[in-house]
Design a protein around this ligand. Structure first.
Ligand code: NAD
Length: 468
């Protein structure tokens, strides 16, 4: 559990209660939707370095109103049951909000991955997978993990391979986890998906001038000053896309061992490579050991992309950003949320903002069940049809298309094009529905409550269709 004024789980539950009251569902249903269905704690031994090490892992299933349930597995020395249950419940609401057809789940292994060699981590991950499989906590039909903090393609690949060994007759075994490398049944665009989703979410927010003006900003993302906390998978991709493609300026990056501050703009690729080579930000141009100085610096947008509980009642009033987009899960506590709202800080909530990951995971799972890459059937047909049209137009007007333009026009969409298109669509629509709800009902205090209300309404409808 992180060190802040309220536990992560109680913070999420308070946010839920606030939204559920506004939806007006009966108490018994409110309770049913709120509680976590089950949390398994597994303890298993692995013989390593001539000793038997015991590891603790969790897999929490928050809601099975839709199956399979879905949610990442994180490797962290600080993970505990409270954290995993909070994350699992956020997954339920996130999936409902972006219409990914899953219930919510989450898992964790209490481990510091930096203390282990890759071959050791592989053995630990394979043993953990066996424990999960025994309890159907990994299965294409019932529970589909994905990467989270401290895990990535490599771990997902080990898990998928172990599952395949255990169930060689399961035709859909690749669908047991998402976030796999493309060579192991993954999908193009998954690694960057959550960061890409953050970019699409901000782009859509800036297409809503009323919301942006409420937060005291105007215009577009061009030139907006951004501070990012955590330059891992999500933070790095978000910072890279926003600076390279939208003209935003990344003025601050906070990491475990300190921070980098540069009002002229930080070279994100350079810093990312530096962290990879040196294990941290220490020594990079603009380095300061005082992360707090960066957290409280002037900026337009703050992107917490590391962990939960970083903005609390204690520091909320020191944050200068006009917009906070929650790339991490639960970075702003319930009490901090109230304080920030009072001064018109627009918080784009986690259950919407970081849904890019589960959205593209959904595409990957569908690809695995379909056993065919997106775009495979229609790409050349599109090419032939467009060429036919180009021929007809050229014949009618008597002018040839310029060759470079022609190539772009006739080319059908690749898997990556389709994944980005699907993700952009989900992120645009997600923002539109929560913004509309917030703006059209004066009882709804913020985007988070609106998002939570939409998720609760959809889960309620799913229960009602079962007669509950
Ligand atoms: P990651 O492990 O790739 O990156 C986390 C980064 O944060 C690392 O660079 C780490 O050094 C840094 N960090 C850790 N503690 C820090 C601290 N106290 N201060 C500053 N930096 C710190 O993890 P990730 O996959 O990028 O996940 C980050 C957050 O995003 C988590 O909350 C996770 O639940 C959430 N998330 C991830 C995904 C995904 O697809 N990976 C999807 C949805 C949500």
């Amino acid at each position: 559990m992180s060190n802040h004024d309220e536990s992560f789980l109680s913070s999420v539950e308070r946010m839920f209660d606030q939204a559920a009251e506004l939806v007006g569902i009966p108490d018994y249903l409110q309770h049913k939707i709120k509680v976590c269905n089950s949390t398994y704690t597994v303890r298993f031994g692995v013989r390593l370095r001539n000793k038997l090490y015991t590891f603790t892992g969790y897999r929490s299933v928050h809601s099975e109103h839709r199956e399979p349930v879905k949610g990442g597995i994180r490797y962290s020395p600080h993970a505990d049951q409270d954290e995993v249950e909070a994350l699992a419940s956020l997954m339920t609401f996130k999936c409902a909000l972006v219409e990914a057809p899953f219930g919510g789940s989450k898992g964790a292994l209490v481990i510091d991955p930096s203390e282990w060699e890759p071959h050791e981590l592989e053995r630990i991950t394979r043993r953990f997978t066996q424990e999960l499989a025994k309890r159907t906590l990994i299965s294409p039909a019932q529970n589909v993990p994905a990467p989270d903090m401290g895990t990535g393609e490599r771990e997902m690949s080990w898990m998928a391979d172990e599952y395949k060994r255990l169930y060689p007759n399961d035709l859909n075994s690749w669908g047991c986890v998402t976030g796999k490398p493309v060579s192991k049944g993954g999908i193009r665009g998954r690694v960057e998906a959550t960061g890409r989703g953050i970019q699409y979410a901000l782009q859509e927010a800036f297409r809503h001038p009323k919301d942006i003006e409420w937060a005291g900003l105007s215009g577009s993302l061009q030139g907006k000053k951004i501070i990012v906390q955590g330059l891992g998978n999500v933070g790095y991709h978000a910072a890279q896309f926003l600076s390279q493609e939208d003209g935003a300026i990344i003025v601050g990056v906070m990491e475990r061992d300190g921070a980098v501050l540069d009002q002229g703009g930080i070279d994100i690729d350079g810093l990312h490579k530096y962290i990879h080579d040196n294990g941290g930000v220490k020594g990079f141009n603009g380095y300061t050991p005082n992360s707090n100085e960066v957290l409280t610096s002037e900026c337009d947008i703050f992107i917490p992309a590391a962990m939960e509980g970083v903005i609390t009642a204690d520091n909320a009033n020191d944050i200068k950003a006009n917009i906070i987009i929650e790339a991490a899960n639960g970075p702003v506590t319930f009490t901090a949320n109230e304080k920030l709202r009072e001064r018109n800080c627009l918080i784009i909530p986690d259950l919407y903002a970081n849904a890019g990951g589960v959205t593209v995971s959904y595409f990957e799972w569908v690809k695995n069940l379909g056993h065919i890459r997106f775009g495979r059937m229609q790409r050349r047909q599109h090419e032939r049809q467009t060429l036919g049209m180009v021929d007809a137009i050229e014949e009618m007007v008597g002018v040839k298309f310029p060759q470079d333009k022609l190539e772009k026009i006739i080319e059908g969409p690749t898997e990556l094009d389709l994944v980005r298109s699907g993700l952009d669509d989900v992120m645009r629509e997600g923002y539109q529905v929560i913004s509309e709800k917030w703006n059209n009902d004066s009882r709804i205090p913020d985007l988070r409550t609106a998002a939570m209300m939409i998720a609760i309404e959809r889960i309620r409808d799913s229960y009602s269709s079962l007669g509950i």
